[in-house]
Design a protein around this ligand. Structure first.
Ligand code: NCD
Ligand code: ZN
Length: 352
């Protein structure tokens, strides 16, 4: 990292980062959001929760081609694919995925946990053979870590998932590498920190910058609603502390999840926050607030690549400490997309 400026850092150059958890959607929506990510990130793990879900290697390769076809000519970007696990995923799919060279993991959505998770796994016992094969072939498991039991308080679902499912799983399969996606709680930070080698976590910008009060600031805020839901201030502080210390098990995954405005501003609005327009800038704000801008590069450009055993990117990006006004909405196919911080400011800007 190179520094300029005196009292306060005003310009920050880091190795080109990657986004280890991203929703790009498909078709016109894909074309609308992809340039935001590709302008910032060299690579991204592209979530497979399309409708229908991306459950086979063949589907992932097709989706990858559609992403590359949607990429503007002046941008370089490598989609890293992951497959959506279902109760019926065959163990042989792990072999096909590995052989493709384009699939870098399998995503576990407990059925019903979040947006487009209907075809997810109903009982982890049903995919025991698939998980065993993943461990053998060193294929990464990405986990949406929430129990779906409706009797469990929504703010406790991540902590219960650790106890009931994740902790036993990582012990049962000691060779399986696991990314606990978009962690939101102190319990998750402590679990990841104390877990055996081969367990890591992604952290979103919203969970570093906001607590659950942001869901109710002056009225109900559908654009602050995501899964897992924002948590208490103590949880946010624990996440920020972990990344600010530069702990290598924690890395960048925006979970940027675009939905049309009408689907968010509804009686039953769906989960997902779009953040790709500030996909690195929002993290710079969080790291600056924690006095840890020198740790941003590791979090954004090194830790994740090391975990996935991929090379670090060549090239750099530069961030300027120049606040900019986020538009109220962006075009999104024939609809509108309301981004995080719509109508407000982001303190850092990506240098052109
Ligand atoms: C994601 C989406 O909209 O696809 N939503 C979200 O709130 N994060 C699904 C997910 O990652 O849980
Ligand atoms: Zn997600």
């Amino acid at each position: 990292m190179r520094r300029a400026g005196t009292a306060r850092l005003t310009r920050l150059t880091i190795r080109r980062p990657d986004d280890w958890h991203l929703h790009l959607r498909d078709g016109a929506a894909l074309r609308a959001v992809l340039p935001f990510s590709a302008a910032r990130f060299a690579r991204a793990i592209v979530m497979p929760n399309l409708t229908p879900a991306v459950t086979t290697t063949a589907q992932a390769l097709d989706y990858r081609r559609r992403i590359l076809a949607a990429l503007p000519a002046h941008l370089k970007f490598e989609p890293l694919m992951t497959l959506y696990l279902t109760d019926d995923t065959p163990a042989a799919e792990v072999d096909r995925a590995k052989d493709s060279g384009c699939v870098f993991g399998f995503k576990l959505y407990p059925a019903g946990a979040t947006t487009h998770s209907e075809s997810g796994v109903t009982d982890i016992g049903r995919i025991a053979a698939v998980l065993a094969r993943m461990a053998e072939l060193d294929m990464v498991l990405q986990v949406h870590g929430e129990v779906t039991d409706p009797a469990v308080d929504v703010f406790d679902r991540e902590a219960r998932f650790i106890e009931r499912t994740l902790a036993p799983l990582v012990e049962r399969l000691p060779a399986l590498r696991v990314v606990f996606e978009h962690i939101t709680t102190r319990a998750a930070v402590e679990f990841v920190r104390g877990a055996r080698p081969g367990v890591a976590a992604t952290v979103t910008p919203q969970h570093l910058l906001m607590n659950r009060n942001a869901l109710f600031a002056g009225g109900i805020r559908p654009h602050h609603y995501c899964a897992p839901v924002l948590k208490a201030e103590g949880d946010r502080a624990a996440l920020l502390e972990a990344v600010a210390r530069g702990e290598p098990r924690f890395f960048l995954g925006t979970d940027s999840a675009p939905h049309a405005r009408a689907a968010k501003e509804a009686a039953c609005g769906c989960a997902g926050i779009f953040s790709a327009h500030g996909g690195i800038e929002l993290y710079a704000e969080a790291f600056e607030a924690a006095g840890a801008l020198d740790k941003l590069e590791g979090f954004a450009a090194l830790n994740g690549a090391d975990f996935y055993r991929l090379p670090h990117n060549s090239g750099t990006i530069t961030l300027l400490r120049e606040p900019w006004d986020v538009p109220g909405h962006y075009p999104f196919a024939a609809e509108q997309l309301v981004p995080l911080r719509a109508g407000e400011r982001i303190a850092w800007r990506l240098a052109p």
